[in-house]
Design a binder for this molecule. Sequence first.
Ligand SMILES: [Zn+2]
Length: 226
Amino acid sequence: MQSGAGLFASVVKRMKRPSTKTTTRTKRPNPPCPKCKGTFVRRILPRKGIEQILWRLFVYPFRCQLCLHRYMALQLFRRYKIELGDMREYERLRAQLPISFSGDQCEGTGTTVDLSMKGCWIESEQRVRKGTLLRISLTGPDGRTRVEAKMAAVRWSLGRGFGVEFITMEPDHRERLESIVRTCWECKVREEAQKDAVDSPKPAKAVKVSPPRVTRVVPRPKEKAS
Ligand SMILES: [Zn+2]
């Protein structure tokens, strides 16, 4: 058994150790969302102040990607290397879904490229300017489910594509969107598991080979000369 002081010293020692191995790529799962118990959660950046101090004590902020709940969780001895992708609080999942939109000065149809509970990227023949407010309607992968956002703001516009943030959405439409996002996420998890299986196939079982039997050759006794 380790004494209290000994345990504290070992904790401090491990905290001081520079993080070289653990990154966001480690397979250790993120703590599930305490609100919806979902596991589609994302570790996000800390806010200035107390959260930055807590970060050093292995207490990290997370955002549930389905119910949008933000929470703090202890991940003892897990160190994260901050990467460029961390700037995004909501994970955009690949989703090609038909979408229509209309605003004060524009109207059109297009296809989503990716999707999250907070917004999507749309490719369309219709050019849409940054800052435009739209009413959008997207169709789910089953071809029947309709999700409407009464108000969505165009946050980025680039060539034939533009990114929107959903601002106003009725609760039943939000539920439908949640179901679509969950489907996209499950699809992504399955694909990653398959990819992992291909990249690192299980080593073939070692077959026990028994050594060949060696028969000792006993030299014949020399015949006695008669
Ligand atoms: Zn949740």
